[in-house]
Write a protein that binds this ligand. Structure first.
Ligand SMILES: Cc1cc2nc3c(=O)[nH]c(=O)nc-3n(C[C@H](O)[C@H](O)[C@H](O)COP(=O)(O)OP(=O)(O)OC[C@H]3O[C@@H](n4cnc5c(N)ncnc54)[C@H](O)[C@@H]3O)c2cc1C
Length: 396
């Protein structure tokens, strides 16, 4: 029987494994978790497309039970004045699924449980080299072992070794000129409706937050920097000074965060998805389409990838499943990558006059148009209809 391996047991890799059901043997290689640096101690905003995937896998309610549903986004200027309100009720109704802020660790745990049944998960195996060999691939791991695979799915994240090693024209990641910080504030009351999430846009920087559960608020901040090498530490203290003149909530959240709960990453993306229609390997999640975090869609699209590819693999040969998956996903993820980058650029304009013009345009944009923009990033609910009805009621 042909051997298929997945490199990376992050969100995309686990959703793929969970979507496959029992039919196909699969081995997942995941480097030691402490090396992943993927922010597992923080939270994620999940949109209805991601929740639909979790629903199909039978774990939507289990994950949502640890989070908070978001019914609206408010976008403010750095003085705290409301620029725009994005009501999410209509999209929630259309999809039959909500927008949620959930702990990443709980999402990963629920996915791992669902994915593990009948799968081989090597959780301390870091891929260090991959080369074509015959009709398949030779994979070398950090313990010097070598394995052979007929088919490879790269789910190894933004810095994907598989993409860099096998891609026909492996494009370089592009640094977007800013860093993102993420943290969890232990704060039970902050004087706003827990169902509202906030984005505060300034000149070249942003601060956003949403309640994750009764005890914690998830927050993120961005800051421009010419070089992705710059290290801004200690991060929390530095942010307290950098955002000192911003709305009071920002200071309260930073005060209520412990230093060790703050993580920071330079933000990169690719211009185009790395989906090449080459045959015996494919890429999913950030390995295929690293995008800026400005639309909160990276993990959501990674989950959709895993589900769509898993659905094809259940019914078709790997080669034709890879091809169908890439043809179906490429146009949409290319658009989301582009919109996300554009959104990042608009948020991070630095001259005062540009930030003022942006705020003016934003405040005059009709609400329905904002909803339409969010709706288009999600794709179509019909494309994610449950192909495995037996999953729909499991695990609730
Ligand atoms: C600041 C910030 C905020 C974000 N907020 C959101 C949000 O609110 N909502 C949202 O949808 N998305 C968000 N994202 C994006 C989201 O984090 C990613 O899109 C998502 O984690 C991608 O999942 P993935 O499984 O493709 O990659 P990853 O989560 O990076 O998983 C890749 C896995 O592969 C493993 N791996 C890597 N290399 C190897 C190797 N050589 N051998 C073995 N294993 C390997 C890693 O350890 C990891 O476990 C945010 C991103 C950032 C930077």
């Amino acid at each position: 029987m042909s051997q298929m391996v997945v490199i990376g047991g992050g969100i995309a890799g686990l959703v793929l494994a969970a979507s496959l059901g029992d039919g196909r043997a699969l081995t997942i290689y995941q480097e030691p978790r402490e090396a992943s640096g993927s922010g597992e101690g923080t939270a994620l905003a999940l949109a209805p497309n991601a929740m639909r995937v979790l629903r199909n896998l039978g774990i939507a309610d289990r994950v949502a039970a640890f989070g908070t549903q978001i019914f609206e986004y408010q976008i403010l200027n750095h003085r705290g004045q409301l620029l725009q309100r994005v009501d999410l009720a209509r999209l929630t109704k259309r999809w039959g699924e909500g927008f949620w802020c959930v702990p990443r660790s709980r999402l990963m745990a629920a996915l791992a449980l669902t994915a593990n049944a009948g799968r081989s998960l090597n959780s301390a195996q870091k891929l260090v080299a991959i080369n074509p060999m015959g009709a398949g691939y030779a994979l070398r791991f950090s313990d010097n072992s070598t394995h052979f695979a007929d088919y490879v799915v790269a789910a190894d994240g933004i810095h994907s070794l598989v993409r860099r090693s096998l891609g026909p024209v492996a494009e370089e990641l592009q640094y977007q000129g800013y860093f993102a910080f993420r943290g969890m504030a232990r704060i039970s009351h902050l004087g706003w409706k827990p169902s509202s999430a906030f984005q505060i846009w300034g000149q070249g920087r942003e601060f956003g937050y949403a309640r994750m559960n009764a005890d914690y608020v998830y927050w993120y901040a961005t800051w421009p920097s010419r070089s992705p090498e710059a290290i801004l530490l200690p991060a929390r203290k530095w942010l307290q000074e950098a955002f000192a003149d911003w709305p009071e909530s920002v200071g309260l959240l930073l005060d209520a965060t412990s230093d060790r709960d703050v993580i920071v990453h330079p933000i990169y993306d690719l211009r185009q998805p790395a989906l090449y229609l080459t045959g015996a390997y494919t890429l999913i999640g950030d390995a295929a389409h690293p995008m800026t975090p400005n639309l909160g869609q990276g993990a959501c699209q990674a989950m959709v990838d895993g589900w769509v590819l898993g659905s094809y693999l259940r019914r078709q040969s790997p080669i034709s499943a890879f091809r169908r998956y890439e043809e179906e996903r490429r146009p949409h993820v290319a658009q989301v990558m582009h919109w996300s980058r554009q959104m990042g650029r608009a948020i991070h304009v630095r001259p005062r006059w540009q930030a003022c013009s942006r705020n003016l345009v934003l405040s005059r944009t009709p609400h329905w148009m904002m909803q339409a923009v969010v709706g288009r990033t999600l794709g179509r609910p019909e494309s994610l209809g449950s192909l495995r009805p037996e999953h729909a009621s499991a695990g609730k």
